[in-house]
Each structure stands twice: as C-alpha cells, then as structure tokens.
Ligand binder design. Structure first.
Ligand SMILES: [Fe+2]
Ligand SMILES: [Fe+2]
Length: 323
C-alpha cells in the first residue's frame, strides 16, 4: 500500500488532504489545537500509538483494496479496539440522535402524518439495529479480544462470536441506504427542501462512515485477531498472568516476541509499568515478566539503553521517543 501519511507530516496536513480525517482523529481521542505539531508529536501528546493511528488513516485513505497482513503487524490491538469503541459512541450517542433531530426538523409534521410517522419509525429501526450491533460487539467481540490479549483462549472462536451477531454488517450497511431511498422516492414534497436535502446528504455520509467502519473490522481487525488467536493457541492458551517465568519456546528463544517488542516500544515512549499494563490490558506482574525477558534477550536493563535498542532495531520511530 502506498502510504499517504507519515509520522513526520504536520497533523494539519492530514486533515487538509482529507477532511474525513477530522472525525477520525477525534475518535482516537485527539483534540483540536495541535498547532504545527507532527502526527507523531500529536499522537504522543494524546497518548495514542502513532503506528496504529497511521495504519488506520492510511487504510481509510487507500480504500479497502489493501493487503492487511503487513498492516496488522504495526497495529497495537488495544488502541485499535479503543478507537472502534469510541467510533461506536460517536454513531450511537451523537451522529444518529443528531440526525433524527434534523430529520424531525425537516419533515412537515402537520401533513402526511402517516408517511412522516413511517419515515421516523424506519429511521428508529435502522438506528436501533446499528446500536444493537455495536452493543453486541462491545460485550462479546471486544471481550473476546480482551481475553486473547491476556493470553487466554476463549471457548468460542472469533469467527463463531461474529457469526452469533443478531445484526450483521450487511444489514447495517443497507439499513440507512433503504431509508434514504424511501424518502427520495416517496416523500411528497411538503418538507423544507434545503433542510431535507441536508439530512439526505448526512445520511449518505453516515452510510459511508458505517461502511468504512465495518470494512475495517472485517479486514484489519479480523487479521489482528487471527494472528493473536494463533499466537495464544500456540502458547497453549494459558493465562499469561499464570506464567510468572518464561517456560515456552517463544520465551526461551533469543528473538523478542511480538508482545515483548510492544512492551519495549512503550518503555521507549517513557511509559511506566502501570501505564503499559493498562494500555495492553495485562497486569503489572506480566509487564515485569516481559521486561525481565527483554533485559535477558537484549542484555540491556536501563530504559535509556533499551530506547536506543528500540530505535536501532526499528521498533520505535525516533519521533515517538520521549527524551
Ligand atoms: Fe463496530
Ligand atoms: Fe461491526
């Protein structure tokens, strides 16, 4: 994939290039007022993992015809899940209620009450489907991922958890599209045309936004989970916290594992053990076990030395390092 955005680009350029990124950065918890700071500087200030942010913005910019295998390796899964959860909050608590309010304002409530009521009912049913889908994801899909991140292999596979959703991606992708078609084809024209057109334009944007959200879950997230699920299965699916000392082949090897590289990257970012534990959904004990393994494998104990090691080995970009 040709990457449009880089860690050293000013954050303002990302938005100037594609205004859709404005919503995306707020879903990462990044607020406006970033001045001339680069993407890496802005992410670091907001406590956001820069490679994950860049992977998502570049993925969305490139469209969906990208190979996610390589991209998935750069993603910090807890940060990606946090981004998706914030996106759910945006759709359910802001975008859809706001759109309903605008729709109510645009429809002529004094005439054609039956059609107006049906349109509102249609809207509410569509919004409810989306909300149900997202609630399921947070309760079951994200919980499944949280267990994998803790080194536990859940009884049900990820595929089965997805299959058990009552509302599929297909249905939520179609729901607002049908509503929009019904309004355009059958609403008899007493509404304020400018207002109603505004609403329809926003429904188009919502539809596009939902499609992009679902595609990201179907491709990038699914690949990250697949890799993690394989890793956990290979380790025997034992809870990481129940393994105080390295015993598996992976731990015994001299290569840093993916999780050790992740811990090392966060050490180089200047995070404390507690902060690393919170970000990775693991216990402080597990972080310390990883740090012992890292020190043994690299022969370096001090944070400054580990930071240099991380830069030299491409585990962290120099812009992300807290000096
Ligand atoms: Fe979702
Ligand atoms: Fe979804």
């Amino acid at each position: 994939m040709i990457e449009k955005f880089h860690a050293t680009d000013p954050m303002i350029d990302v938005i100037s290039e594609d205004y859709r990124m404005l919503q995306l950065i707020s879903r990462f918890g990044i607020t406006l007022g970033f001045g001339d700071r680069t993407v890496a500087e802005t992410c670091e200030k907001a406590g956001v993992d820069t490679p994950t942010f860049l992977t998502v913005v570049n993925y969305i910019k490139a469209g969906t015809h990208v190979h996610v295998g390589e991209l998935a390796q750069r993603v910090c899964l807890p940060d990606l899940v946090r981004y998706l959860k914030r996106s759910h909050g945006f759709f359910v608590d802001y975008r859809m209620p706001e759109l309903r309010r605008k729709l109510l304002g645009a429809l002529d409530m004094t005439r054609n009450n039956q059609i107006v009521s049906l349109i509102l009912k249609f809207f509410d049913e569509s919004a409810q489907e989306v909300a149900m889908h997202m609630e399921y994801e947070e309760k079951h899909v994200h919980e499944h991922i949280r267990q994998l991140l803790q080194g536990r292999l859940p009884a049900e596979s990820y595929y089965r958890v997805l299959r058990n959703r009552h509302v599929s991606h297909d249905s939520i992708e179609k729901s607002f599209s049908e509503l929009k078609d019904v309004i355009m084809k059958y609403y008899p024209g007493e509404a304020d045309a400018h207002l109603l057109n505004d609403v329809l334009m926003e429904v188009y944007m919502l539809e596009e936004d939902l499609l992009s959200h679902c595609q990201l879950e179907d491709t990038l997230l699914a690949e990250c989970v697949r890799v993690l699920e394989d890793e956990v299965r290979e380790r025997g699916g034992n809870p990481v916290d129940d393994e105080p000392e390295p015993t598996t082949d992976e731990d015994a090897s001299e290569e840093l594992s993916a999780r050790e590289r992740e811990v090392l990257r966060r050490v180089a970012m200047g995070l404390s053990n507690k902060e690393i534990a919170d970000k990775m959904f693991i216990s402080v004990n597990t972080v310390m076990t990883h740090r012992r393994n890292i020190a043994r494998k690299t022969g370096i104990h001090a944070a400054a030395g580990l930071t240099i090691y991380a830069i030299v080995h491409g585990i962290i970009c120099v812009d992300e390092v807290k000096l």
